[in-house]
Design a protein around this ligand. Structure first.
Ligand SMILES: C[S@@+](CC[C@H](N)C(=O)[O-])C[C@H]1O[C@@H](n2cnc3c(N)ncnc32)[C@H](O)[C@@H]1O
Length: 307
């Protein structure tokens, strides 16, 4: 009996180690992905931002206009900061561009940034008065309290329970949480697009906390066009580039090429399906995702009941 229990414990530990390793791998590749995205955004799009952007009806959906859409988004986001807010914590500040705008407008801003690459960019952009906590939000320890905690396209990376609990602890009484991000709709089919917590699950979690809904605006229509641009770049640039590199490898190193295909065939097919299936479109984004700006106010009365 003892040995079967020990065996079971070992299996559980192995499973836990496997799950943790997988999580670490996901976090590392996500970090590298975001760092690469920031480099591409800066050099090809001339934009310091790392979000989808907000396409107004008059703005032509063209790669040359992505930086304008991203500026529109920043203006739209900032316009929803309630009056009276002075101290803001920008969680997942990316390159620090939104925080920089907020500082310029007179807000006192601190940031959370787990990526050393992005934190370095943010430090160059922000004054010394802005403290950058270089850690995951889940691990943040501070005595500071804030009037508003901002999640601009960073909420999707954090467990909603943990994010809300931590935010309530870090907010001043009657403080705000402002989330602008992708959520998953409840659809029978599996989404070809990654990202976002399930919206219904998120609302259920919020309902268990002392939070009063102030605003909940659906901006899926205005953010979706970015997907058509991503799809176009994948089809017109990345896929032909990959095919050319493969042709070169086949021609110069035919044995190595065959060996690599044999070794990584399944993974290559998976990547082809993921990136070149042509499904990363605005239409699918609208079908499977809901991009929302959500503002909640910490409810003092509820808090006293809960504790
Ligand atoms: C898509 S970028 C958005 C950047 C910026 N807020 C913007 O709107 O341009 C996502 C950001 O979330 C950060 N992030 C990811 N996981 C996080 C976590 N667990 N805690 C805090 N930030 C996180 C990333 O480092 C990155 O800065």
């Amino acid at each position: 009996m003892f040995s079967s229990k020990t065996g079971c414990l070992c299996k559980c530990l192995k499973l836990e180690t496997f799950v943790n390793m997988k999580k670490i791998k996901t976090i590392v590749s996500r970090d590298i992905g975001l760092a690469l995205a920031s480099l591409c955004s800066k050099y090809f799009l001339k934009s310091p931002h790392l979000h989808y952007g907000y396409w107004t009806s008059s703005l032509e959906v063209d790669i040359a206009n992505v930086s304008i859409a991203q500026e529109n988004y920043t203006t739209f986001l900032i316009s929803h900061i309630p009056e009276g807010v002075k101290k803001i914590l920008d969680v997942g500040c990316g390159t620090g561009e939104i925080a920089r705008r907020l500082v310029e407008m007179g807000y006192q801003v601190d940031c959370v940034s787990p990526s050393s690459f992005l934190s370095r960019q943010a430090r160059e952009l922000l004054p010394n008065s802005c403290h950058i906590y270089e850690c995951f939000y889940e691990q943040l320890q501070t005595e500071n309290r804030y009037d508003l905690i901002l999640f601009s396209e960073s909420f999707q990376y954090i467990s909603p329970q943990q994010a809300i609990k931590k935010t309530l602890d870090l907010l001043n009484d009657a403080g705000y949480i402002l989330i602008c991000d992708i959520f998953k709709k409840d659809t029978p089919e599996k989404s070809p697009l990654p990202g976002g917590h399930r919206l219904t699950m998120f609302y259920d979690i919020v309902a268990e906390h002392p939070l009063k809904n102030v605003k909940d605006i659906d901006i899926t229509e205005q953010t979706a066009p970015t997907l058509d641009i991503v799809n176009d770049v994948l089809k017109q640039v990345v896929q032909p580039g990959v095919n050319l590199a493969q042709q070169l490898l086949d021609d110069r190193y035919p044995y190595m090429s065959k060996f690599l295909k044999w070794l990584y065939g399944k993974r290559i097919n998976k990547l082809n399906r993921k990136y070149f299936s042509g499904e990363k479109t605005a239409e699918n984004f609208k079908k499977f995702k809901s991009y929302r700006l959500i503002l909640y106010k910490k409810d003092k009365f509820h808090k006293s009941l809960a504790t």
